[in-house]
Structure formats: structure tokens, C-alpha cells
Design a protein around this ligand. Structure first.
Ligand SMILES: *Cc1c(COP(=O)(O)O)cnc(C)c1O
Length: 230
């Protein structure tokens, strides 16, 4: 199966999940998680109808973006952002999904102000409480939201999570529910916060995420096939 066929299959699965949940399939955006995939694969996905991509590493994204400069693509940062990469990140990405601490928000604000830009961001939440994972702890989310809302060059537009891996996608469902509930809680506490997007769900569980309210699913291997080694 090529990328085109896989893309069709993924879109059908999204549509089925949306229907099951009484949602419109158009509410859900598919992001191609393209880390370690060569630019040719991204081009192939674009030709098949996809224009939103997510990269994990700033330098890797920079090279690919240059190689694909002739295409109207949208790029999200979906990997951990180091402070010394913030300057490049705001030049390369249209949206940063992984704001997870005050220090990185402050650094992005500083850089964005210098470029007179407003950067759309999501806050990444560690819903599973895993020590090895990035993301703000759910109990610290309100304070981080309050801080990001106070920054005039960051536009907070959603939440993102990478839940713990579970063999059975059904076992991931409670983590997706948790992110949706956190969004609702934040919107109650901060009426000025418009969290339009919930970025959750990957290759093996995106259908469950759609049922629980995902507006962006980040799909890598199910779309591109196995990742080449770096
Ligand atoms: C790699 C990655 C994905 C996609 O993972 P697959 O299981 O290949 O679909 C999604 N989100 C993030 C943050 C990733 O790093």
C-alpha cells in the first residue's frame, strides 16, 4: 500500500469514528507526523491531499521545510522544545504544540516579541503522569494557562497530549477523556481562554481519540509506513 491508499484508509477511519460520536468528520484535522521521513514522502503525502505536518526536531524540520519550500504546507512542532531552539522554532513552525513549562513560554514570548509575531501554541499535558514524558502535570495546568494567557505574543489555542502506550487502544480512552475534561475545566476557569483544538491520538489509537473529541490526530507510521532509522 502506498501513502495515497493509506491516507484514504485513515480518512475513512476518522469519518467512521466521528460518525459514531455524532461529530462531523470535517471537524477533525489529520496531521502527518513525519519525523525521520524524507522530504519525498512528505511530497507524496501532499500530492495525495495532505498539507499539515508535524515534526519533532527543529533542525530536521528546517531542512525539510527548505526542501519543500515550493509547497503550501503547514508545520507544527510536536516534539520537546529546548530553550536554545526557541528562536529557530518560531521562524520554522506555524504552531508549537509542546509548550509545557513557564520557562519555554517566556522564551517564546521574548523571541516572538522581537520578531513582532504572534505565535499560536498548545499546551502539552502529561495526562498519564509518566516521568519519562514531557508535558505539564494536570494539577499545574491552570497556572501555566494563566501565565500563557498573560503573554501578548503567544496565542493559546489548544491542548495536546501523548498518553501512555497501551496494547489495546480502548485502554487509552480514559487519557483522552481526561484531556477533554481538562479543556472544559480550563474554559470554565478562564472564560477568555478559547481552546479550540485538542491534539490527541496517534496511529494505533486515533479512532478512539476522535470519539473522545480530538480535533487534530497526529499519525505517523499508519500513513508513511515504518520510520526509517535516523
Ligand atoms: C511520532 C509521533 C506521532 C506519531 O506516532 P505514530 O505512532 O507513528 O503514529 C505522534 N505524535 C508525536 C508527538 C510523535 O512524536
Amino acid at each position: 500500500m502506498g501513502i495515497k491508499e493509506r491516507l484514504t484508509a485513515i480518512r475513512e477511519k476518522i469519518a467512521r469514528a466521528a460518525e459514531k460520536a455524532g461529530r462531523k468528520p470535517e471537524e477533525i484535522k489529520l496531521l502527518g507526523a513525519s519525523k525521520t521521513q524524507p522530504p519525498e514522502k512528505i511530497r507524496e503525502a501532499f500530492e495525495a491531499g495532505l498539507s499539515l505536518f508535524g515534526e519533532n526536531y527543529v533542525q530536521e524540520a528546517k531542512k525539510k521545510k527548505e526542501a519543500l519550500a515550493d509547497l503550501p504546507l503547514t508545520w507544527h512542532l510536536i516534539g520537546y522544545l529546548q530553550r536554545n531552539k526557541a528562536r529557530d522554532a518560531i521562524k520554522i513552525f506555524d504552531l508549537i504544540e509542546t509548550v509545557d513549562r513557564k520557562a519555554i513560554a517566556a522564551e517564546l514570548e521574548k523571541r516572538a516579541a522581537r520578531h513582532e509575531k504572534i505565535i499560536p501554541v498548545f499546551i502539552e499535558v502529561n495526562v498519564g503522569g509518566e516521568e519519562t514524558k514531557a508535558g505539564v502535570a494536570p494539577e499545574d495546568l491552570p497556572a501555566l494557562v494563566e501565565y500563557v494567557l498573560s503573554l501578548s505574543h503567544l496565542s493559546l489555542e489548544g491542548l495536546m497530549t501523548i498518553p501512555p502506550y497501551r496494547e489495546n487502544p480502548e485502554d487509552v480512552r480514559p487519557f483522552f477523556v481526561r484531556l477533554r475534561e481538562l479543556k472544559e475545566d480550563i474554559e470554565r476557569r478562564f472564560p477568555e481562554a478559547k481552546l479550540r483544538e485538542l491534539s490527541m491520538g496517534m496511529s494505533h489509537d486515533f479512532h478512539v481519540a476522535v470519539e473522545e473529541g480530538a480535533t487534530i490526530v497526529r499519525v505517523g507510521t499508519a500513513l508513511f509506513g515504518p520510520r526509517p532509522k535516523k
